[in-house]
Design a protein around this ligand. Structure first.
Ligand code: NAD
Ligand code: TDX
Length: 336
């Protein structure tokens, strides 16, 4: 039996990963450690909450004492660290939690993993650590030039994890994925915000000229890549995980309006994000050569995603209230 410890399992990608592992393997136990910040949601895992193989701890990865207790009680063999503050715009307004969770929290987990001789420590990093490129896609050995407090914190965690491999022989593997999309994504990120706004005939705040480019990866594909890397990846290595779908934000917006049957008049161009990276692009040849490629094409993934938000208003509607509404009103003059 394999013993997994997943952090941030109640968030968007983490919860898809918990479902992926419990759905694919019978002989596993899986501990989810999640602080349940605004982005963590018990609803995402309510269908596995009674599964004997699953156990949830509402805890902070920065809490050294609790992490020591959980590691010594469960002796995880595979640690997958998703827990993070994950939204670039929030990191611009209030960076402190990003430094705390993304860097210090990762340090706490690395220390416990070292003490408990874990077999694999998977650090879920991001394509944002490379910064922006208008030329060739980034390969795994390219320099890291993060631009936001979020991506700088993730870069700190990425390299700290590597240092535990190099210095202490901890079997660390680092994945750097591109922008994820899919069901259960908190409606502050581009795709779920624009889908839910469009459903309700609210404005879509497009930053700058709308021509920034991201490479979109379906979250279930990201989870299958992580599972593949756990079994086939080499300790000390970094793997880029891309979707092969480079699109401008305006192209994404047009697709959402088409799928929801709404008018382009909903688009509202607003001030650009400070330090806004123009384009993220990954060279994914390394993971492809190892034997993994994404399975979900963008057309299918977007249709499934839009339909999920249309069918699951009860999941996202309660999230769009209070301070959330104030934020869009104060920053973009948009009444949601
Ligand atoms: P998310 O914000 O939806 O979820 C983050 C989860 O971490 C939440 O459940 C939250 O409660 C939990 N968490 C936050 N601080 C914590 C703490 N101190 N202790 C314990 N739990 C804590 O994020 P996501 O989009 O699912 O991203 C998951 C990971 O994947 C992050 O590390 C992110 O950097 C990385 N990533 C995300 C994307 C993307 O496009 N979303 C792309 C590449 C990499
Ligand atoms: O309201 C918006 N309007 C807009 O034009 C929002 C929320 C975003 N945008 C633009 C900014 C980006 O160019 O859309 C693009 C995507 O923005 P986000 O969804 O905020 O994602 P991004 O900043 O690219 O970061 C994401 O991908 C890498 C995740 O949030 C990170 O956690 C991940 O590491």
């Amino acid at each position: 039996m394999k013993r997994y410890l997943v952090t941030g399992g109640s968030g968007f990608i983490g919860s898809r990963f918990v479902h992926h592992i419990l759905g694919k393997y019978n002989d596993v136990s899986l501990i989810n450690v999640d602080k349940l910040t605004y982005a963590g949601n018990q609803e995402n895992l309510k269908d596995v909450s009674d599964d004997d193989r699953y156990r949830f701890y509402r805890d902070d990865i920065c809490d050294k004492k609790r992490m020591a207790e959980i590691f010594s009680e469960h002796k995880p063999e595979i640690v997958v660290n998703f827990a993070a503050e994950s939204h670039v715009d929030r990191s611009i307004g209030a960076p402190e939690d990003f430094i705390q969770t993304d860097v210090f929290g990762t340090f706490v987990l690395l220390e416990e993993s070292k003490k408990n001789d874990v077999e694999r420590f998977i650090q879920i990093s991001t394509d944002e650590v490379y910064g922006s490129t208008l030329g060739e896609p980034f390969g795994e050995t390219d320099p890291l030039m993060p631009s936001s407090p979020y991506s700088a914190s993730k870069t700190g965690a990425d390299r700290l994890a590597y240092s535990y491999f190099k210095t202490y022989d901890l079997p660390v593997i680092i994945s750097r994925a591109s922008n994820n999309y899919g069901s259960h994504q908190y409606p502050e990120k581009l795709i779920p915000l624009f889908i839910t706004n469009a459903i309700d005939d609210k404005q879509l705040p497009l930053y700058g000229d709308g021509l920034n480019v991201r490479d979109w990866l379906y979250a279930d594909d990201h989870c299958s890549a992580i599972d593949f890397i756990i079994s086939n990846g080499v300790p000390g290595e970094v793997y880029n995980v891309g979707g092969g779908n480079e699109l401008t934000n305006i192209m994404i917006t047009d697709r959402i309006l088409e799928l929801t049957g709404k008018s382009k008049e909903l688009i509202k161009f607003v001030d650009d994000r400070p330090g806004h990276d123009r384009r993220y692009a990954l060279d994914t040849a390394k993971l492809s050569a190892l034997g993994w490629d994404p399975a979900i094409d963008f057309k299918t993934g977007m249709e499934k995603t839009v339909n999920w938000y249309i069918d699951n208003r009860s999941w996202w509607e309660p999230l769009k209230s209070g301070e959330y509404l104030e934020y869009y009103k104060n920053n973009y003059g948009i009444e949601l």
